[in-house]
Design a protein around this ligand. Structure first.
Ligand SMILES: Nc1ncnc2c1ncn2[C@@H]1O[C@H](COP(=O)(O)OP(=O)(O)OP(=O)(O)O)[C@@H](O)[C@H]1O
Length: 334
C-alpha cells in the first residue's frame, strides 16, 4: 500500500503542499479533488518521485522511497495529454514499458493485445497515434501505463483535455478498467463527477492541505466545512434544524433520514430547490437549459437562489414560481 506521511513540497518561497498525510490501500482508487492551484498535481508528482519533498516520507509497503528514482518506483503515470511517442504506432506505445523491462516478444504481443482489448481499442495496434482522436489517445496512454502491471497507477487529470460527453463515457470505461484490473490508483481531478465516479475515497484539497477524506457519499452529504461545501457545489448555506430525520430551514422542511438531530448548517446545491409547489415564492431572473433539466436563478425578494426545473414546461424568465426542497441536493456541514 501507499502511505504518504507529512509531505511538504515547496517551490522557492511558495509552499505548494503542506504537511499532507494520505494512504491508498491495495486495490483502492483515491481521488485528490480540489480547485486549480491547490497542490494536487504537486502531491501526485511527489508520490511519483518527480518532485523532491522538503519534508515527509512516501512509503510503499512500509519502505521509504526517498532514494528510489521515478523509474524504479514501479508506478505507472498517465497525464492530461497522453504524452504518447508520436513516432511509434499504438502497439509500440503500449509495449514500451514491457520492452524496457526486457519482456520477451511473444509475451509482449499477448499483453499488448490484452490491454488494447481492455481499453476498447482491439485491432488498433498498427495505427499511428497521431491519427487517433483525443479520447483514443488517452485510452492508449492508459493501456501503456497498465501494461507492465504497475503496483500503483498515478493519473493526473487524465480526462480533462476531452470534451464533456467523451469525458463522461471515458470516466465510466476507466472505472471499469481500474476495477477489472484491481488497480491501486491515485487520481488528480478538479471535476467532482469524475472523482465521485472513479474513486473509492475522495480527498478534498485546499491551499496545499487535505481538508477532508472519505467515501464519495460521505463527502458529498457531509462536507466538513463551509468552504468545502461551496467547492462541492453548495451555493447556499443556511441555519437549519433536524428533528427525527426531518430538516427545517427558511426554505421549508423535508425528510433527510441520514441527518443527525440538532441545529445544523445546511448546504443547498442548485438541485436542492425544485420548482413545483413548496413554500418559497420567487421570480425567475435567468434560465439555462442543461441536458436533463433547466437551471434557474430565482429572486425570492430576500435572496437570489439557484434552483432547477424539469425540461418540460420549465418556467420562462419573469415567471412566478414556488420552490420546494429536494433532499438529493442537500448537504449537512461538519
Ligand atoms: N514547477 C513549479 N514552480 C513553481 N511553482 C509551481 C510549480 N508547479 C506548481 N507551482 C505552484 O504550486 C501551486 C500548486 O500547483 P499544482 O499544480 O500542484 O496545483 P493543482 O491543484 O494541481 O492545480 P491545477 O489543477 O491548476 O493543475 C500553485 O500555486 C502553482 O502555481
Amino acid at each position: 500500500m501507499l502511505r504518504v506521511e507529512e509531505i511538504t513540497v515547496r517551490y522557492g518561497a511558495l509552499t505548494a503542499v503542506s504537511d499532507v498525510d494520505i494512504e491508498v490501500a491495495d486495490g483502492e482508487v483515491v481521488a485528490l479533488l480540489g480547485p486549480s492551484g491547490c497542490g494536487k498535481s504537486t502531491l501526485l508528482r511527489a508520490v511519483a518521485g518527480l518532485e523532491r519533498p522538503a519534508a515527509g516520507v512516501v512509503r510503499w509497503d512500509g519502505v521509504d522511497l526517498g532514494r528510489t528514482p521515478v523509474h524504479r518506483r514501479g508506478f505507472g503515470l498517465v497525464f492530461q495529454d497522453g504524452q504518447l511517442f508520436p513516432h511509434r504506432d499504438v502497439a509500440g506505445n503500449v509495449a514500451f514499458g514491457l520492452r524496457m523491462r526486457g519482456v520477451a516478444k511473444g509475451e509482449r504481443v499477448a499483453r499488448v493485445g490484452e490491454l488494447l482489448e481492455m481499453v476498447g481499442l482491439a485491432g488498433y495496434g498498427a495505427r499511428r497515434v497521431t491519427e487517433l482522436s483525443g479520447g483514443e489517445q488517452q485510452r492508449v496512454a492508459l493501456a501503456r501505463a497498465l501494461a507492465p502491471r504497475p503496483r500503483l497507477l498515478l493519473l493526473d487529470e487524465p480526462l480533462s483535455a476531452l470534451d464533456r460527453a467523451l469525458r463522461e463515457n471515458l470516466a465510466l470505461d476507466l472505472s471499469r478498467v481500474l476495477r477489472s484490473a484491481g488497480t491501486t490508483a491515485l487520481l488528480v481531478t478538479h471535476d467532482h463527477d469524475e472523482a465521485f465516479t472513479l474513486a473509492d475515497r475522495v480527498a478534498v484539497m485546499r491551499g496545499g492541505r487535505i481538508s477532508q477524506v472519505g467515501r464519495p457519499d460521505e463527502v458529498w452529504r457531509r462536507p466538513v466545512d463551509e468552504e468545502t461545501a461551496r467547492f462541492l457545489g453548495c451555493g447556499i448555506v443556511v441555519d437549519a434544524e433536524v428533528t427525527a430525520g426531518r430538516v427545517t430551514c427558511e426554505f421549508g422542511a423535508v425528510g433527510l433520514p441520514w441527518a443527525p438531530d440538532g441545529d445544523v448548517r445546511l448546504g443547498l446545491r442548485p438541485t436542492g430547490l425544485r420548482v413545483g409547489g413548496g413554500p418559497v415564492e420567487g421570480t425567475v431572473t435567468a434560465r439555462v437549459h442543461r441536458r436533463d433539466h433547466v437551471r434557474l436563478v430565482v429572486d425570492t425578494g430576500t435572496r437570489v437562489v439557484d434552483a432547477v426545473a424539469g425540461v418540460a414546461g420549465a418556467p420562462e424568465v419573469g415567471a412566478a414560481v414556488r420552490l420546494a426542497l429536494d433532499p438529493d441536493g442537500l448537504a449537512i456541514l461538519g
